[in-house]
Design a protein around this ligand. Sequence first.
Ligand SMILES: *Cc1c(COP(=O)(O)O)cnc(C)c1O
Length: 411
Amino acid sequence: MSQGLTTRLLHADRLAGVEHGAVHKPLHTAATYGYPTAQALIDVFQGAAPGYVYSRQGNPTGAALEAKLVMMEAARSAAVFSTGMAAISALFLSLLKAGDHVVSSRFLFGNTNSLLQTLQGLGVTVSLVDATEVAEVESACRPETRMVFVETIANPRTQVADLAGIGALCARLGLLYVVDNTMTTPVLLQGRDVQAGLVVHSLTKGIGGHGHALGGAVVDTGLFDWATYPHIAEPYRKGDPKGWGMTQIRKKGLRDMGATLRAEDAHRLAVGAETLALRLDRTCSNALQLAQWLSAQPQVAMVHYPGLPTHAQHERAAALFKGRFGSLMSIELREGLDPLAFLDALKLVILSSHLSDNRTLAIPVAHTIFWEMGPARRAEMGMAEGLIRLSIGIEDLADLQADFAQALARL
Ligand SMILES: *Cc1c(COP(=O)(O)O)cnc(C)c1O
């Protein structure tokens, strides 16, 4: 029987061979790599021999993290970047051209929404649809559609896209399906389970968990047939077509655009990933119990959390995420209660824009992370102006509940 994820992550470096029996891959901070002969250098450059040429394009510490991501997603290959947004922009800019069309969920991380606007300025058209309904995705597809992009649990309103239905649709239409799996991580969902071709992660969030390094990744599940993708440049159409897409993302998106993950941060993120499954046990259980408790408080009008039976996609989430529902929720207070006063009264919970940290975080979304979008687009995303987003951490449940209770009592 194959070993569990935590076991494999903990022993991956050691078993891949590290000098002195060290249990971690060392930090390779060299900017460049030297070779004894011209032919050896040429072979590495041309991909005929394994090796590194210049760290912008990859280094051994980053590669060890990439190997762990491949393990986590049961995927074919992965490339790491300096941030999640760097990974997403590298993916878009290396695969899309003017005249292309993208179908995206309209329930989107704010910066991804803003990036899609930038793409529109470059001649890519974008349709934003309600991805909880596969029919909406299907009716937006056109002959020039190149990819469908969705998030698993949308921030901040926690809508759950019809991930499996969209995967089946993309497979039927031969479309590249890209899933941002940041909010669920591979512990709750592997991209391949919903037929994603590419998976993106902000490693800054759950996978790192400790909140002390930024990072991002693009993962190729191996399910998409890159021989059918029209924009693979001639030099990258070599060898097994399954590798073409990642080659282009690495060359165009990482080498040319240059948002390389530092070795120090790759190391921190890899250490964080070792405890991902344990931390998720705790955050998912904390979040579910807090969501249930908050729903019963008279000051709280609404709790948006996929783990509650009242959530519109509760059953879909239960089936997709193996009975767990993540660390993200959002709440609306009763009419007349001031959300900012509630936030100011919190003592333990941190007022912060980050997500999936080990610490519990809260933020008023319309005033901050979704401020730039404006009220009309916020309404389209289902966001009440007083919505408060909570990202539940691994603190002891009783302490979190006590903090929320004292803050609600002060209203
Ligand atoms: C945070 C986040 C990103 C961006 O990641 P960074 O590492 O902050 O650049 C992308 N997608 C989702 C769903 C996120 O939560």
